[in-house]
Design a protein around this ligand. Structure first.
Ligand code: FCB
Length: 457
């Protein structure tokens, strides 16, 4: 296997998000989020799971910080729950919510771990959705910027890296068109509005953060997925190029080039929101770094029956079972192909086509079936190998001049994996949800050794 050779000063960390780990659903004045509501609706989440308790980190974060310190992590990416800080999403501030994040960040700093803070990881305040339409309305962008200013006003003296939004594509597409994520809408107008208004919210928030803290580093985390044609047929190649616009360029192009990608944007003209003259200037040139969340690639086919775009991603080959190897290809428990070369392809493309921005890989990891053995260990060799392969290609990208500065494993902890509930385990630390007991998996121990080795060099 390719050796892992990372540039000097490269940060190694792990990531989580508020709704997936905190629990404390109405503790200390927190308002409900769209995920609190959605996960309690019948049939929305597998096994009827919800995030009411999750990893219980609202009550105890110190246990996990001790683990991070033991592993030697340089950095930890966490998200702030908007309704914990502003229960109605706008106006009134819940100081106790801010106190919690202040304590958490102080404890991280005391442990020598740099906090990377995401402001929106999908848990929109329910009131903002119900009364104001959330990001589906233009004012959602302004509410988000106001909220960002509140958080940065309190924590900006101790956090240097801010991530405005996590995966706006997933939030817009699954939340507003597919309907399988909160808020559960199925409306193409809402989908495109949520897309544009998130980008606008990002740009407005970035400006507010900079005004408060000129030295702050502001980024956004995008789920970038290479879209490859399922066959060499011209129709499939065209479908793949369009899928690339739909998932990757819909965000990269406005952020780096100041316009939406054609022909995708044109095909959707019926559903498009109003884009005001200044919007693209607000959105572009707003980044100090780009966060890349990478898991797998998509193989795309032309599909006559899909309206407008006429494409469909190939699903798991019939021969493969989730978590297995089929025809020489390995799949994770999510049914996602293990494809480290895709990360190299993406990173190189950012250098070639988007001006080589500073990049942090803000999520990368895999779900596998983990068991705690009688000796109290979790032998997750597949995850260790997944992480090692992706770190190796990250180092290779740095050697050809990609400005990649850090890497966060998704995830520090097994957690609430959205519609899948708790049965998809992504952690390098195993969580027994009944007892809240933590067990560092073999992949976590290995990651700790890697960090120690890097420090010696
Ligand atoms: C990403 C999300 C993250 C987690 C991983 C598996 O899309 O940002 O919260 O669910 O996938």
């Amino acid at each position: 296997m390719m050796p892992i050779d990372l540039p000097p000063g490269f940060l190694l960390g792990a990531a989580t998000s508020a709704y997936q780990i905190e629990g404390g659903r109405d503790a200390d004045g927190k308002g409900p989020s769209i995920w609190d509501h959605f996960s309690h609706r019948r049939g929305r989440i597998r096994h009827g799971h919800n995030g009411d308790h999750a990893c219980d980190t609202y009550r105890d974060f110190q246990t996990d910080i001790d683990i991070m310190r033991q592993l030697g992590l340089d950095a930890y990416r966490l998200s702030v729950s908007w309704p914990r800080v502003m229960p109605e999403g706008r106006g009134r501030v819940n100081e106790k919510g801010l106190d919690y994040y202040e304590r958490l960040i102080d404890a991280l700093l005391a442990a020598g771990i740099a906090p990377f803070v995401t402001l929106f990881h999908w848990d929109l305040p329910l009131a903002l959705h119900r009364e104001r339409g959330g990001f589906a309305r233009r004012e959602g962008a302004e509410h988000f910027a106001d909220y960002a200013a509140v958080v940065v006003g309190r924590l900006g003296d101790r956090v240097s890296h801010w991530i405005t939004l996590n995966e706006p594509w997933v939030y817009a597409t699954f939340g507003h068109m597919a309907g399988n994520h909160a808020p559960g809408r199925r409306n193409p107008w809402a989908y495109l509005r949520a897309t544009h208004h998130q980008l606008l919210g990002h740009g407005l928030a970035a400006a507010r953060i900079k005004a408060l803290r000129p030295a702050a580093q502001v980024g956004i985390s995008l789920n970038l997925t290479p879209a490859h044609p399922a066959t060499p047929r011209a129709a499939d190649r065209q479908a793949a190029a369009l899928a690339d616009q739909m998932v990757n360029r819909l965000f990269l192009d406005p952020l780096f080039h100041g316009h939406y990608p054609e022909p995708y944007w044109g095909k959707l003209r019926l559903f498009r929101p109003t884009v005001r003259p200044d919007d693209m200037a607000i959105i572009s040139n707003s980044l100090d770094f780009l966060g890349v969340n990478y898991y797998t690639r998509a193989r795309v086919r032309h599909h006559r029956l899909v309206p407008l775009v006429q494409l469909w991603p190939e699903t798991l080959p019939a021969v493969a079972t989730e978590g297995q190897v089929a025809a020489g290809v390995e799949y994770s428990r999510m049914g996602w192909e293990v494809y480290p070369a895709g990360l190299f392809e993406l990173l190189f493309r950012l250098k070639k086509e988007y001006g080589n921005p500073p990049v942090y890989i803000t999520e990368n990891g895999a779900a596998f079936d983990d068991v705690v053995t009688a000796d109290g260990r979790v032998h997750d060799e597949q995850r260790r190998s997944y992480l090692a392969q992706h770190l190796a290609v990250t180092g290779a990208a740095a050697r050809v001049g990609v400005d990649v500065r850090g890497y966060f494993v998704w995830s520090l902890l097994d957690n609430f994996e959205w519609t899948y509930g708790y049965n998809k385990r992504f952690g390098i630390v195993h969580v027994d949800f009944a007892s809240q007991r933590r067990t560092i998996k073999d992949s976590g121990l290995w990651y700790g050794e890697l960090i120690r080795g890097k420090r010696k060099n």
